[in-house]
Unconditional design. Structure first.
Length: 555
């Protein structure tokens, strides 16, 4: 008789995090806290936004026929996710392999799909939003526009994850081919984890374009403006510049920059002000550039491109004796992997930020009208309403006072912001089967934390513990940022940081990729780094080995 499996073990609900499952079947799933994209307690409309995002992921999974469907839940203002198995357990491996083959077959045309289908579709959505006059539209037209906007958002996120599956599945296939061709099995020395990554580095993308454009803008500022920007608090810089003639000239140039690149905010999500609304993060970057005048980002990217061409040339030489079919497959998959290094940043620019920014504008106009109708006290309280509540309130000519709902939800956010949400809820996940027992890792030396290599090099500096991007303004040149994970909103601080340590991530995480672009060391996957390292503590990180050493002040 087949061996009976033990039922999954329920995870106790902490006393300071009480809740009841709205759907009892959810208690039988494993729910992981989504701390990368939504690390803080989020308002109601933000959770509606994340439902759209995860809905796009679900439809992309259906498109490729994957064995699991992602789910998202708002639990005590925090975002949790799970994956619902939609095939029998014995069919999972086969279904996943079919999905992989389908995605890779399409993935070899990823650039053509982006150029001919995805990018034109995204631009069509952007033109839809930019062509609608929010301030003069009748309320009935605004309601229709809101409904159409969220439907378009749903289409965009399905496209986002369909592209993502094509990309990462094909890159995985390239990595497998690379290991088969160039990494000797059973070799005494471990392969250099960064050698393969040189093949895809140094390509221009919207993120590098954005950084270079701001660098040039800063270089062109006059000395009076530079002196002011160096000495002023970034949150007060715009007002200070507006009070001087030379500052106003700089603001005019900066406004053109923000018009092109200012659609991102401090973090992912609809609730965060964009750089256009609050340019303090841009002034933080400006200040960092002025403090490090020799750290020209263009020179970094040029050096990376040179390294890439040398690495690719060396591998092509090694492949000369292989059959033509092998060489062609290598070139085909290499081309996709290199394009993915561009698309990884460009899709963030156009989908994660440019489209979200426009949805945010639509909802702010709804908030303005609801405040005028005395449904809300302030415009930004709209983010504490659910989408259907917002539409209902706009539709009711007599208004519907939502201020108590807002007060209650704000109180809930404040309450749960003071607790540490559990990383996992529901039931413990099943143990992963292992073909052979793993060799136990050697324990790290006393005073050393073990993580994974993220970006090569080593450096010593003061640790700066960052819970979210809003706390990153106190980072000084040479500091080592210690965070749960980094997001595109952290990018300004890579220009001044000496190094990065994160609790999550791997070689292809945002932190690792951007750290390599900026040529600073990074260690990723350091468990509970923010609890084991104190703010201001002197540490030494080795991004090649993946270690963090807590330095004795007397050392």
């Amino acid at each position: 008789m087949p061996e009976e499996k033990e039922p999954p073990k329920p995870i106790p609900i902490p006393d300071d995090f009480p809740f009841t499952w709205e759907d009892p079947s959810d208690a039988e799933q494993t729910w992981e806290r989504e701390s990368t994209h939504s690390p803080q307690p989020a308002p109601a409309l933000a959770h509606d936004f994340w439902q759209i995002v995860f809905g796009g992921m679900k439809r992309a999974s259906e498109y490729w026929g994957g064995p699991r469907r992602p789910l998202a839940r708002n639990i005590n203002t925090y975002l949790y996710m799970s994956h619902l198995l939609v095939v029998d357990e014995e069919e999972v491996e086969a279904a996943d392999e079919r999905a992989k083959k389908a995605a890779v077959a399409a993935g070899v045309r990823l650039k053509a799909v982006w150029d001919e289908e995805a990018f034109p579709a995204i631009q069509d959505h952007i033109q839809f939003w930019d062509g609608f006059d929010l301030t003069t539209a009748m309320t009935s037209d605004l309601i229709l526009h809101i409904e159409q906007s969220w439907e378009r958002l749903s289409q965009i996120w399905q496209l986002h994850f369909r592209l993502g599956s094509m990309g990462w599945r094909t890159v995985d296939t390239f990595n497998e081919l690379y290991k088969e061709l160039f990494e000797e099995k059973g070799a005494e020395t471990k392969p250099d984890p960064f050698q393969r990554l040189k093949l895809t580095q140094g390509f221009p993308c919207k993120t590098t374009e954005m950084g270079s454009a701001l660098w040039r803008l800063v270089r062109q500022a006059d000395e009076k403006t530079k002196d002011l920007l160096t000495s002023i608090d970034p949150s007060k810089a715009r007002d200070a510049l507006d009070g001087t003639g030379h500052g106003q000239d700089f603001l005019k140039v900066l406004s053109l920059y923000l018009e092109q690149y200012g659609h991102r905010g401090r973090h992912w999500g609809i609730e965060h002000p964009t750089w256009i609304e609050d340019p303090a993060p841009v002034f933080e970057t400006v200040k960092s550039y002025l403090a490090n005048p020799d750290k020209d980002p263009d020179l970094n990217f040029e050096a990376q491109a040179t390294e890439r061409e040398e690495a690719v040339g060396e591998l092509r030489e090694r492949l000369q004796g292989y059959p033509e079919a092998v060489r062609n497959r290598f070139e085909e998959l290499l081309g996709v992997a290199q394009f993915c290094s561009i698309l990884k940043e460009d899709h963030n620019f156009w989908i994660d930020f440019s489209c979200t920014c426009r949805i945010r504008r639509v909802m702010l106009e709804a908030g303005r009208r609801l405040a005028t109708m005395n449904v809300l006290d302030t415009v930004d309280e709209v983010f504490h309403l659910q989408l259907d509540e917002c539409i209902q309130s706009l539709s009711d000519p007599n208004g519907c006072d939502r201020r108590q709902d807002v007060a209650d939800r704000r109180a809930e956010i404040e309450r749960f912001a003071k607790v540490t949400p559990p990383p996992r809820l529901g039931v413990e996940p099943p143990a992963e089967p292992k073909d052979e027992p793993e060799k136990p890792e050697e324990p790290p030396e006393p005073g050393t934390l073990k993580g994974r290599p993220g970006s090569p090099g080593s450096i010593r500096g003061s640790a700066r513990i960052i819970g979210n991007p809003l706390e990153a303004s106190h980072v000084e040149p040479g500091d080592i940022i210690v965070a749960g994970a980094t997001a595109p909103s952290f990018t300004p601080f890579f220009a001044i940081a000496g190094g990065i340590v994160t609790e999550a991530g791997g070689l292809l995480s945002h932190c690792a990729i951007v750290a390599r672009e900026y040529r600073i060391p990074a260690v990723v996957g350091v468990e509970e780094a923010r609890h084991k390292i104190s703010d201001g503590q002197l540490i030494e990180i080795d991004g090649t080995e993946g270690t963090v050493r807590l330095v004795d002040p007397t050392d």
